[in-house]
Write a protein that binds this ligand. Structure first.
Ligand code: DQA
Length: 149
């Protein structure tokens, strides 16, 4: 199983950015955590971050045929991006939506999630644990050879 973990705007500033909300862990720390989780679960992982909506759209499009699923923290674009929603639909990507915080219990404008409209599952409010929960979800969905019902 090959997972693509995509991170949107301002997540590069983890550690510095509103630590009361997002914690003191840095983006590099998140990357190390994701790598450790992948090796524990025996899955392959690639993790990227961008501040640009179109780059996320490109990465989603390019993932077709190369990755089994995407773990997507689109950050603020979660709540605004029809382009990301359309890209996920266009390539029929399997997506899990992740958030460090629980957007639904924050400001009203964070209640809408375009990503959530097409994601198989959402994992939020668990800090870095939201990423490992999403990775576990996809790892479990891959049955070992010979174990298919
Ligand atoms: C976030 C939640 C979003 O509402 C916010 O815009 C972010 C981060 C999270 O991980 O909790 O940038 O996706």
């Amino acid at each position: 199983m090959k997972l693509l973990v995509l991170n949107g705007p301002n997540l590069n500033l983890l550690g510095l950015r509103e630590p009361d909300l997002y914690g003191r862990g840095t983006y590099a720390g998140l990357e190390a955590f994701v790598r450790e989780t992948a090796s524990r679960l025996g899955v392959e992982v690639e993790m990227r971050q961008t501040n640009h909506e179109g780059v996320l759209v490109d990465w989603i499009q390019e993932s077709r045929g190369k990755f089994d699923a995407i773990i997507l923290n689109a950050a603020a674009y979660t709540h605004t991006s029809v382009a990301i929603l359309d890209a996920i639909k266009a390539v029929k990507a399997r997506v899990a939506e992740v958030h460090l915080t629980e957007p639904k219990s924050r400001e009203e404008f964070r209640r809408v999630s375009y990503v959530g409209m097409v994601a198989e599952k959402t994992f939020s409010g668990l800090g870095f644990g939201s990423y490992s929960a999403a990775m576990e979800y996809f790892a479990k969905s891959e049955m070992p050879r010979g174990n298919h019902a």
